[in-house]
Ligand binder design. Sequence first.
Ligand code: AMP
Ligand code: MG
Length: 416
Amino acid sequence: MRVARAGGYACRVLTFDEYQQRVLASARPLPAERRPVAEVANLLGLVTAEPVHSSVSLPGFTNSAMDGYAVWSADLRGATPDTPVVLPVAGDIPAGDTRSLELAPGSCWRIMTGAPLPTGADAVVQVELTDGGLEEVRLREAVPAGTALRHRGEDVQPGDEVLPAGTRLQPRHVPVLLSSGVGEISVFPRPRVAIVSTGDELVAPGEPAGHGQVVDSNGPMLGALARECGFDVAAVCRSGDSPEALLATVQELTGAADLIVTSGGVSAGAFEPVKLAFTGSDDFEFVQVAMQPGKPQGFGTVSGTPVFALPGNPVSSLVSFLLLVAPAARVLAGRDPEVPTVEAAVAEHWTSPPGRQQFARVVFDEDGRMVRPIGGQGSHVLGGLAGSQALAIVPAGTTEVAVGETLRVIPLDGLA
Ligand code: AMP
Ligand code: MG
C-alpha cells in the first residue's frame, strides 16, 4: 500500500483485490425471513437460509406411469399377440380420481397416466399392447409385476431434505418445493439498494440538458444494474453538490435500504460533496484503487448501513457497481460474491495503464471466444459503453495487451 496526495487529500492506494476484500470483509447475509411457498413467483432468485424437508411422500400414492390397463400380472401369464388374454374392464380411472378402488382378480381397469392404482393391481399394461377395448380388452403381452408403476414415496420420503440451505431458487426447484407439503420456507431477503446521484450539473432524465448541464444517467443505470443483478431498488434520487443535503439524504435512506450507492463527488475537485460529507468519519474511508476506470472510491457505513461512494463518470460507476457493489449485495442476499467471468483470447492489441488493473470495454467476435476493444477507453465515453459486450480484466502488471493472450472477461448481458 502506498500513500498518495491527490487534490490536497491524503489518499491510500490499494490494489483492486485489497479494496474488494476490504468492502466484502464486513458483509454478512441479511436476517432470514419466513415466506409462504405459495408466493413462489416472488421467491425466485432468493437463497434458502435453512434446508427444506418434505413432510410428505412423493409420489403421494402409487399411480400409473402410462395410459393403459391396471391388471394383476398373474392374469396375463402366457399372453402373446396370437393368444391374447381377454379381461372384462371394470371401468375408467382418470387422473384426479379420488375413489378408493379395488381390482377383482380376472378383471382390469382402464387407467390414465398419474391416476391412482386400484388395490390388488400390480402392473399396468400400456394401451399400445392392447386393442383399447372399453367393455372387455384383449391384452397381447404378459408383463412382470411392477410394470409402468410409480410407487408411493419412490422419489421422496417424509423427512427427506429436498433443497439444501444455500439454494438459489430457480424455476427447476419449484415443483419439489410446492409438492413437499411445506407451508413456509426460510430465505434471505432481496437486498434493497438505494442510489443517490450527486452533482449540481445533473438534470432529471427526460429534461433537456442546458449549457453546463448533463442528464443524470448514473442513477437510472445503477438502478437498472441493481435490478438486473437481482436486488430491489429502494430509491433512485439526486442530490446536488451540498454535503449537508447529501448527508441528510443518505441518513434518511438508511431507514429504507440495506445498501446505499452514491455516484460522483469523490475525486479531487473543489466541490466533492460525498468526500466532504464523510471525510473524518471513523466509519468511512476514501481511497485510490489501482484500477481503471474507477480509481477514486469511498466506502463506509452510516447508521450501520453500508454506503458505496462511486466515482461519477458513468463507465467508472458501472464498473465499480459490478465489481464492488454487486458482490457485496450478493453476500447480503446469501449468495456467492464471485463476479461471473468467461475466458476469451485477445483479437486486437490495446494498451493498459501501468500498475492498474484495467476493466476494458470489449466486444466478442462471432464465436464468442475472442475479444477486441471498442470505442475510447475514457470513462466518460458513453457510446463505447453502449456498444460494449463485456469487460476484459487486464492484470495490473500488463501494459501491452497482446494478440492471442487469454483474459478473463465479464459478459455484460444476462448479469442475473
Ligand atoms: P464527479 O465524480 O462528480 O467529479 O463526476 C465526474 C464526471 O461524471 C463529471 O463529468 C460529471 O458530470 C459526470 N457525472 C457525475 N454524475 C453523473 C450522473 N449521475 N450522470 C451522468 N454523469 C454524471
Ligand atoms: Mg460531481
